[in-house]
Design a protein around this ligand. Sequence first.
Ligand code: NAP
Length: 243
Amino acid sequence: MEKIAIVTGASKGIGREIAKNLARQNIKVIANYNKSEEKAIKLKEELEKEGIEIDIIKADVSKRQDVKKMITYTINKYKKVDILINNAGISEYKLFTEETDEDWNRLINNNLYSAFITSQEVIPNMIENKNGCIINISSIWGMIGASMEVLYSISKAGMDGLTKSLAKELGPSNIRVNSIAPGIINTDMCKDFSEQELKDITEEIPLQKIGEPSDISKCVNWLINEKYTTGQIISINGGWSIT
Ligand code: NAP
């Protein structure tokens, strides 16, 4: 029976590339989106031209009810979830002293609470099947911290904490949980950087280039096929941070 994968935030950027890549490997993809409906429809149509069928599902993954609906739809239709990619996320730049409670709630709910609820909703099915692979897309900043992105860094560090502890709790059920922590990747999330800022960043990176979404999807491929890795935070950052 084919594998079933849910990819959150698959309308754009890294999530879109992961969804395409999985679908092209004969994995049934449930591609989640929230605001970018047109882009999600385009993704579906693009794959249809290659003879590949995916499901696209609108759900705000910061809301329990939306997540419940998405997972229930998937399990009713396909009976199982083999792979969960917690990719949806937002970023914001602000001085810490200017952050508000609303900012805290927005960042933590979109980036961390979302991974908490998607995982909670799929894990019972994975435990029943004694099989599962959860990949959290965190960030270099969760590991080393970022000025002007304190809340974002907290949310991603929290995600890595979720990865490590869930890996221990779920290992005996044959469920692997890992994080991929990207450095800077060429997506809309970086569109606010000026050309000069991007040039300066590139110079700081030992491999002298910004990453592409495909650099992340290749690591996803490896993690879904490799069966003895769990609880790890895998850095894909061109050597920008070497710890
Ligand atoms: P992006 O191009 O801005 O895409 C973000 C995706 O997340 C979109 O598909 C968006 O969907 C989705 N999303 C956001 N909030 C959502 C919600 N509440 N419910 C459902 N979907 C939601 O950004 P990206 O660069 O691909 O980022 C993907 C992940 O990689 C994020 O978690 C980000 O933090 C992480 N990351 C990115 C970089 C980088 O340099 N790009 C570096 C480190 C980590 P809609 O547009 O449909 O709402």
